[in-house]
Design a protein around this ligand. Sequence first.
Ligand code: GLN
Length: 256
Amino acid sequence: MEKNFELTAVDLYPEIMNIYGDRGNIIYFKYRCSLYGIDIKTYDVSMVKGSEKECGEADIFFMGGGQDAEQALIYEDFINNKKNILTEAVENNKIMLAVCGSYQLLCDYYKSTDGKIIKGISIFKGYTESKPPRLIGNIAVKAGDFILAGFENHGGRTYLEKGQNVLGRVLKGCGNNGEDKTEGARAGNFFGTYLHGSFLPKNFAFCDYLIDTALKNRYGVRLSEAAKRNGVNINNIDSDFEIKARKDIADLRKFV
Ligand code: GLN
């Protein structure tokens, strides 16, 4: 009976697409897995050819936000060297958490503030056009059974095609475009969101959901069973600090 569970996480362009500390997502994912006795192998993959091996091992991809200049900087490598990897990954039920500028590149196109059209990889069906003012502030979102908390700062307004699944509905803040109360997008186990924060430390229950999904995909085992085989009772996991941190976001307190 499998005991030592290991997951592999890849952080794409961490030295470039990491605005507002989005690197915290892979750091928290690794920490949260350790609470359940699950080992994590992590790779940082940036603008280098030949990263197919590391990416091929990934159970989950992370990619953070970036200003228009950073999005343009990674664009050629993203299209030439990562598009096919990610398209195959979503078809194989792998997981991705793409934040803000990265989320925009997983849509059909991003029209930057200076009017440049950057073609995306169409994992999510929709487009983004940047215009003033920037949408900035704390945000709360109802996403299925989760109430997600985060911070947003984007000029881009994302409009999803009819039928494209959203991540959730905005309870407080702007979300995709500040108009239709939608936030983020989902395709398979790929999640796009405008929530910086970092996102996962502010949403530990959603992080557990991603761990559970990754274990199910790789081992056919749920998180509760994997933890039990590791001698961990999931009811004893201490999330008090995370719960307090969510409550400390004053203008989200009544939502989270
Ligand atoms: N440059 C994009 C925008 O302004 C993304 C910004 C970000 O990643 N925070 O919408």
